[in-house]
Each structure stands twice: as structure tokens, then as C-alpha cells.
Design a protein around this ligand. Structure first.
Ligand code: FES
Length: 263
């Protein structure tokens, strides 16, 4: 009878790449983003979360690589031996600023009346990329709605940046796949089940992982008002690490705010 090997998995072979002129050792198969993060380089991302698969949706993590005419999205690009990458060129800085401006022009992100004001990754990106005004015409589709049919949570499509973190966390960490995308291009929307009100979803477990993963005020807990919505990603990190290591220590499980307040 075949038995499971107890030998430790052999480590991935290492390779050498250049990041901003510095020679760096990386594991084969690592993403450029993880290598850049390990170096502690300040680097903007929006759709990426370490606990979830990478999809390259926001295009904020673009880098330049010598010998490649196209910019590369670091989160979905694996490091290759001899790569010579720059994260800080004038072209990249301008593209990042432009990307943030386009996100702000697309939907209604009025921070002054947003639940996530002060705890919003898009707001942080606007500040770090120096966006103090938007050079493009605002689109702000008038048909974007707010769905408050769920007993604990709300989705405000005006604040959604289509990063798909909610879709991925619901599928990959919760296993419910309640969230998905519908439509194409500028008409794309996140939906629950078959585009039914969230409160009528038969697959939603009300776990709240999507709310914690959301980078903006698009998903929030009911009862929070302007600038009150903070995100707690501790549970996502705990679940991801426990699944990888097959070690579940209940004492380490991070409590949610509601549980902390009502033990
Ligand atoms: Fe890489 Fe969004 S973080 S495309």
C-alpha cells in the first residue's frame, strides 16, 4: 500500500534577478510582486491580497523590465533568471497616477461621505501617487445602486473598483462562490448569486470575508456611518496560513469586531 512520504518537500531552486539595480535572489515560481515586497520596496497594488490568487485586474503594479517593450503587472508575472526590473521610473509613476485618476473618474468616490473614509486603499493610493485632482471627465453611471437587503452587510456599487477581491475570497477562502462578475467593460458589476438581492442569496454564509477583503467602502457592515468602517484582515490571514500549514490553533483565531464587543 502506498504511504504518504514524510520527507520535507525540496525547496524551489533559486534564481537571480535585478530589482532597481540591486541583485536579488528569488525562488523560481515566485511572483515579481512577492520579490518586490520582500525587499520592502514601497509599491502600489489594489487588487492583490497575499491570501488570494492574483488576477492582474487593477494594473497598478506595473513594472518595466529591460528588453521587454511592454509593462508587466508584477502580481501575475513570475520572476525569471536574469530579469532586470525597475519599479520607479518616471513613466511608471505617471501611469500609476493616471490609473488612480481613471478609477476615481469611473465611479462615485466622494470620500467626505464614504463609510471607509480614512480606511480606504483607493484613498491611500490617491495620496501616495499625488492625485489632488482628476484630469478626466467623471462618468459616475447614474444607474449604480446600493443593496442593503442583507441583514448585516451593504454593497454600494458606486464605490466598487472591480478588483474582484470579494469574488476570490468568497470562492477561495469561504468556498461559497456567492459573488461573481456580470456584464462587460464599463457595464461590469459584482453580483450575488444570479444577480439577485444579496439578502435573498441562498449561497451566502454571512461570513463577512468579502467585507473585510474589500479595499474601499463598496462593502461595509450595516450600522457604520461616514469614516467608521475599518477592515480586519486577521481572519483571512489566519485561514490562509492554517490551510497551507494544516495547523489549526483555535486560540489564535482572530475575533471579529462584533464578537469582541459581544463576547
Ligand atoms: Fe497587480 Fe492589481 S496588484 S494588477
Amino acid at each position: 500500500m502506498a504511504t504518504k512520504s514524510t520527507l520535507p518537500a525540496s525547496p524551489a531552486p533559486t534564481i537571480t534577478v535585478m530589482i532597481n539595480g540591486e541583485m536579488v535572489t528569488a525562488r523560481q515560481g515566485d511572483s515579481l510582486l512577492s520579490v518586490i515586497r520582500e525587499r520592502g520596496i514601497a509599491f502600489p497594488t489594489l487588487c492583490a491580497l497575499p491570501e488570494l490568487s492574483a488576477v492582474g485586474a487593477c494594473r497598478l503594479c506595473l513594472v518595466e523590465a529591460v528588453g521587454r517593450p511592454r509593462l508587466l503587472a508584477a502580481c501575475v508575472t513570475a520572476v525569471e533568471e536574469g530579469m532586470d526590473v525597475r519599479t520607479d521610473t518616471a513613466r511608471l509613476i505617471e501611469y500609476r497616477r493616471m490609473t488612480v485618476e481613471l478609477l476615481l473618474a469611473e465611479r462615485n468616490h466622494v470620500c467626505a461621505v464614504c463609510v471607509a473614509n480614512g480606511s480606504c486603499e483607493l484613498q491611500d493610493l490617491a495620496m501616495s501617487t499625488g492625485v489632488d485632482h482628476v484630469r478626466y471627465d467623471y462618468i459616475h453611471p447614474p444607474d449604480l445602486t446600493l443593496d442593503a437587503s442583507h441583514e448585516r452587510f451593504v454593497v454600494d456599487h458606486n464605490r466598487c473598483v472591480l478588483c474582484t477581491r470579494c469574488v476570490r475570497v468568497c470562492d477561495q477562502l469561504e468556498g461559497a462562490h456567492t459573488w461573481d462578475l456580470a456584464g462587460r467593460g464599463a457595464a461590469t458589476r459584482v453580483i450575488t448569486d444570479l444577480a439577485m438581492p444579496w439578502g435573498l442569496s441562498v449561497t451566502c454564509t454571512s461570513c463577512g470575508k468579502c467585507v473585510e477583503a474589500c479595499p474601499t467602502g463598496a462593502l461595509f457592515r450595516k450600522g457604520t456611518t461616514v469614516a467608521e468602517m475599518t477592515k480586519n484582515r486577521g481572519e483571512l490571514t489566519f485561514l490562509d496560513e492554517a490551510r497551507r500549514s494544516h495547523v489549526w490553533k483555535l486560540g489564535d483565531f482572530p475575533m471579529k469586531e462584533t464578537e469582541r464587543n459581544n463576547p
